[in-house]
Structure formats: structure tokens, C-alpha cells
Design a protein around this ligand. Structure first.
Ligand SMILES: [Zn+2]
Ligand SMILES: [Zn+2]
Length: 404
């Protein structure tokens, strides 16, 4: 049977048996796919998103094998196993699963089905790929539990030489029920994939303890240092949360892969989006109260940025710099009031002008190397009391002097 005939046989057999095509991903790549309205091979992904392209542990091997130009997926939803069975692992490729209708296979050319992933078979993959129509029939013979795929073929990998598979056959998007950077992941996915017009669901876990284990894994990734480079990534199965300790060594060793793709491809992307959102929210300007550039010039405007407090949530204050005098104004995110800060007020504790009780201080950093020469910091109550105590000391000192 020629490959073209085999492709056609796969397409018709899988369509008849209702076999679906699954591709698990992280948020960043999903976003690139949504712009292309297609599932892309990795070399195409790299072209379109060189900076944020999530590296795969198998990239080098796959490049050597010349398969980065192929689109990959599975014909069984690996994520469903983790949702229902003990001592299993989630799909390492990501918490978002694209599900394609059985019509998708008719679009594919040079379909290769290998018992395991090509990254596992390596150079042997061309020898182990299915070439017989009878094997295709066997694959689509069902498992007796509702899946159209025979049990021994459920872990197989399917790839094709198309650089892109259009979303015409996309049926739905399944999202793991996790919270990332304080929001449901599905909210980020909806914001990304709303234009596709397909249902987006959170996966339902029949085994809630596995959903809890996934949450532990997310928390662990969130606690890793921010901004790690792909090349500096280090993570071993010994760092896994204790809730993962009942898994076999072989399964535990798969999980650093999940963490890596998640850290760069989903967590990093969520943080980036939150940051941009905060920037956008903060980017409404006010007129500067500190200066007057004169009538021949438009009024001086203050541009705000969230105060850098090291956190990932919304900041309590926005710090604004005037585009004319470079003076500082501080805007309270509690009540919205703007307080222009004169240089003579630097290092003093200042009250929010809106009367909300927020207190802050503009501190000179003494920076001369191009860094910001002032920082704005919140003043909390305990520090406030210390300040009062200090004031009292000063008074005592003044009194002593007066007495002396
Ligand atoms: Zn100004
Ligand atoms: Zn306020």
C-alpha cells in the first residue's frame, strides 16, 4: 500500500470509528496557534515566536531526526487518564488540550503512527511506523470501555508532514482545572481562544486528589525564582511536592518536563499578561501639578506605572513621572487620589490625599548609574509608630538642650 493510500485508509477508518486527534499545549503556544488559526509544527512555531518558544527536552533529538517540521499529537486523551486514575501523570506537554474531530485526518499527509513517541524511538521511528492497513483497523477496534482506540495503541503517537493543521476540525479546548497567578487558567485560555468559536471547558476530575496534586505542582512552579532562562533551567524529580511521592521513579522522572513547559509556556505567559494588563490599567495620564510649561506648550502630563513592590498582584500605588519636569506624582489605587510630591517632601511620610489612610514615602536612592533616583514605598502602621517614637526622641533631645 502506498503512503497516499494508507493516509486515505487512516482518514476513512478513523472517521468511521470516531477517533479524535489530541494535542496538549501550554498557553504561549496556544496563543500562536490561535493567531494562525492552526496547529503548527515546532519549526513554524519557532519562526513565529522565536522569543517565547517553549523548548522541548526532545528538540535536539527531534531536530537531528528532521521531525521538527511535522505536526504531532495523539489519538487518545492522555489527560483523561490523570483525571480518573491513581498513580498516573498529567500530559507533560501542557495543561491545555486541543481536541480535533475525526475529519482532521483527511487533511494530513504522510501520517506516521508509532507505538510510542518518535523521541522515544529515535532513528528507529521510520522502521516502527505503521505501514499496514490491517494494523490501522486493529488500532481503531476500540477498547471495550468507550474509547475507539484499542488498549495497546492508546499511547501511540501520530504525526504528519503538514507544517500546519487548520482549526477547521477543532472541536473543543479542554483546560486543566488549575489556578495560575491567582486566576483560573481557563480564563486566560478563554481570552486567547475566544475567537475560535469552539467550546472551552475545564476538565472534570473523577479523582479530586489528582487535581489537588496538580495544584501542588503549580504552587511549586510559582515558588521557583521568576525570570529563569531556558538555558539555566534546573529541576529534578527530587524537588517534586510530597503529594507526588507515591509515584514510581519512572513516572516521577517525567514530571520535571511538565514543570519546565509549564513554567515557561504557561506561568511565564500568565505573568506577562498580568503585567501588561497592569501597565495598561496604569497608563491613564494626569496633568502635572508641580510645573507649568507655559502657554506655548500643551500641559505637562504624568505617566503612571505600578509601584514595583516585588509582588505579582495589583500594586497599592502607581508612581507617575511628569514628561516635562520629571517630578513625581503618586496615585492611590485604593481611592484614586493623586498626590504630587515636591522635592522638599522626599523622605517624609505622606498621607494619601483621598483620606483613605494609605501612607507612603518617596525615598532618594542615591543611584547614579541610570537606575531610578527615587523609590516610592508604602509606610505601614508599625513603621509609623516607630517614626512617632523617633519624633519623641527628637523632642526629648530638644528639651534637654533647652534645659541645658
Ligand atoms: Zn511637571
Ligand atoms: Zn488613597
Amino acid at each position: 500500500m502506498t503512503q497516499t493510500n494508507l493516509d486515505q485508509h487512516i482518514a476513512s477508518t478513523f472517521a468511521k470509528a470516531n477517533v479524535r486527534f489530541y494535542h496538549a499545549e501550554n498557553l504561549r503556544n496556544l496563543s500562536t496557534y490561535c493567531q494562525a488559526r492552526a496547529l503548527l509544527c515546532r519549526s513554524e512555531l519557532m519562526k513565529r515566536d522565536a522569543v517565547y518558544y517553549t523548548q522541548f527536552y526532545s528538540d535536539e533529538a527531534d531536530q537531528a531526526l528532521g521531525v521538527l517540521t511535522r505536526v504531532f499529537g495523539n489519538i487518545y486523551d492522555f489527560g483523561s487518564i490523570f483525571a480518573r486514575a491513581a498513580k498516573t501523570t498529567p500530559n507533560v506537554y501542557g495543561p491545555i488540550t486541543l481536541v480535533f474531530r475525526p475529519t482532521v485526518f483527511a487533511e494530513m499527509l504522510d501520517i506516521a503512527i508509532t507505538p510510542q513517541s518518535i523521541a522515544t524511538h529515535l532513528a528507529d521511528w521510520t522502521n516502527v511506523r505503521v505501514t499496514e492497513a490491517s494494523v490501522i483497523n486493529e488500532i481503531a477496534s476500540g477498547d471495550g470501555y468507550g474509547s475507539p482506540v484499542a488498549g495497546e495503541w492508546q499511547m501511540c503517537e501520530l504525526s504528519c508532514e503538514n507544517a500546519a493543521i487548520s482549526f477547521t476540525s477543532l472541536e473543543k479546548v479542554l483546560v486543566e482545572p488549575i489556578e495560575v497567578a491567582g486566576r483560573r487558567l481557563i480564563d486566560y485560555v478563554r481570552a486567547t481562544a475566544a475567537n475560535l468559536g469552539v467550546p472551552i471547558h475545564e476538565r472534570v476530575y473523577r479523582r479530586p486528589e489528582n487535581a489537588a496534586k496538580l495544584a501542588d505542582l503549580v504552587a511549586l512552579c510559582e515558588a521557583l525564582p521568576e525570570g529563569t532562562e531556558n538555558s539555566d533551567w534546573k529541576f529534578s524529580e527530587t524537588q517534586l511536592p510530597t503529594s507526588w511521592s507515591d509515584l514510581s521513579e519512572a513516572k516521577r522522572k517525567r514530571m520535571p518536563g511538565w514543570c519546565r513547559y509549564f513554567y515557561f509556556g504557561t506561568l511565564g505567559e500568565c505573568r506577562l499578561r498580568d503585567f501588561i494588563e497592569r501597565m495598561d490599567e496604569a497608563d491613564d495620564r494626569t496633568a502635572c501639578e508641580l510645573c507649568d510649561p507655559g502657554e506655548d506648550r500643551p500641559p505637562a502630563m504624568v505617566n503612571y506605572r505600578p509601584m514595583d513592590d516585588g509582588g505579582v498582584g495589583s500594586s497599592a500605588l502607581d508612581v507617575g513621572y511628569c514628561d516635562w519636569c520629571n517630578g513625581i506624582s503618586v496615585r492611590c489605587n485604593e481611592c484614586g487620589a493623586v498626590r504630587a510630591v515636591y522635592e522638599g517632601e522626599y523622605d517624609e511620610v505622606l498621607d494619601c490625599d483621598g483620606g483613605c489612610g494609605m501612607r507612603f514615602r518617596v525615598v532618594r536612592t542615591g543611584s547614579t548609574d541610570g537606575g531610578p533616583s527615587e523609590n516610592v514605598e508604602l509606610v505601614d502602621e508599625t513603621e509609623d509608630e516607630a517614626e512617632d517614637a523617633e519624633d519623641n526622641d527628637d523632642d526629648d533631645f530638644a528639651d534637654e538642650n533647652a534645659d541645658g
